[in-house]
Design a protein around this ligand. Structure first.
Ligand SMILES: *Cc1c(COP(=O)(O)O)cnc(C)c1O
Length: 352
């Protein structure tokens, strides 16, 4: 076949997202860290009342309505906010705006797998620095690596730990490149890094409506940064990256903090219960500040459990990579879903 692609695209592996079964499949889905509860009734009400004019006309290019609502909730000016078609789009915009061949993209390992794919697309040099066994951030090595872009997820996936505030502060003050703090799971913890954005113009905090707000199918995320940093990102993003319906639904969802907080409280309580149950079965569980648990089976046969649970109609996440191939990442579901998981595990532990 004729080779149509740039050499770095030829060389790169495809990103493998979590399995997304067809709509209607009877399955307990605990593999993509979705929220088990429906979106806010206020968000669903917007859907019932869509005006055909919204569809006929192009949307407002910056997602202004959503920026205003997010500005109120976060206490930052609306021109410090950039809206994306999911936060994944913003990660891609940052890479396209700031990384290039000969420059480095730096992140600790293990973390969100997409960063590697994005850096490979841009043909940037990739520097992966391992976390310590107890997930302490290798701050000095990350500073020494001198990335044009440095990514940190906090709370991290798949470990669930929050990165220490003084580590983030140190990175922000000593890196000359952009520091991206991906807070996809911030709704499930008490800590956040927004204060750093006000202090350091090289920091961007990335958030999403996919997890805390139960809107993974909508595709809406946002970034918070000094307008000096956002200016370059606005040049790179598609003009109409936020569709009119997503913008209106997202605006209603983020304005309904009471509903989101109630869902989060239920998930946190279920997280505690599931962690206790899994520990009782002999699993090692890392302390999680997010809506999933990293779990190591007593015999470390993680792939076996992943496969057998899948046969039983329960999907969880298994990463076949060094440091993770003896562990499982399990999204916190409803108490009923978690109970079904625990019962399936008891059966597998007994019959193995
Ligand atoms: C889920 C997730 C995202 C993607 O969020 P979208 O807004 O759905 O694109 C980004 N970063 C991390 C670390 C995630 O876990």
């Amino acid at each position: 076949m004729t080779n149509y692609f740039r050499s770095n695209v030829n060389a790169m592996a495809s990103y493998v997202p979590g399995e997304q079964p067809q709509r209607g499949t009877q399955i307990i889905k605990l593999n993509s860290n979705e929220n088990p509860y429906p979106p806010s009734p206020a968000a669903l009400a917007v859907l019932q009342n869509i005006d055909s004019e919204w569809l006929r006309r192009y949307p407002e290019p910056s997602g202004g309505e959503f920026r205003e609502a997010a500005s109120k909730v976060l206490g930052v000016p609306s021109d410090w906010i950039i809206v994306g078609n999911g936060s994944d789009e913003l990660l891609s915009v940052i890479i396209r705006a700031c990384a290039e061949p000969g420059k480095k993209v730096v992140y600790p390992m293990p973390t969100y797998v997409l960063y590697r794919t994005l850096a490979e697309m841009q043909a940037a040099e990739i520097v992966e620095i391992p976390y310590s066994d107890d997930y302490n951030l290798p701050v000095e090595k990350m500073i020494a690596a001198n990335g044009s872009v440095t990514f940190i997820v906090s709370p991290n996936s798949p470990s669930g730990h929050v990165v220490a505030a003084n580590d983030l502060q140190k990175l922000a003050s000593e890196l000359s490149g952009v520091l991206v703090i991906d807070e996809a799971y911030v709704d499930f913890t008490e800590d956040n890094a927004l204060a750093l954005v006000k202090e350091y113009e090289n920091v961007i905090v990335i958030r999403t409506l996919s997890k805390g707000y139960s809107l993974a199918g909508l595709r809406l995320g946002f970034g918070v940064a000094n307008p000096k940093l956002l200016q370059g990102l606005f040049k790179v993003k598609d003009s109409y990256n936020i569709d009119a319906i997503a913008c209106a639904i997202g605006t209603a969802a983020i304005s309904d903090q009471v509903y989101k907080n109630a869902c989060v409280a239920k998930i946190k309580a279920s997280r505690t219960k599931l962690a206790t149950d899994l520990k009782q079965l002999g699993f090692h569980i890392w302390d999680s500040q997010s809506n999933f648990l990293l779990a190591q089976p007593p015999q470390r046969n993680a792939e076996y459990f992943y496969q057998e649970l899948k046969k039983a109609g329960i999907l969880i996440r298994y990463f076949k990579q060094p440091g993770l191939d003896d562990k499982l990442r399990i999204t916190i579901g409803t108490d009923e879903q978690n109970q079904a998981l625990v019962e399936a595990l008891i059966y597998l532990l007994e019959t193995r």
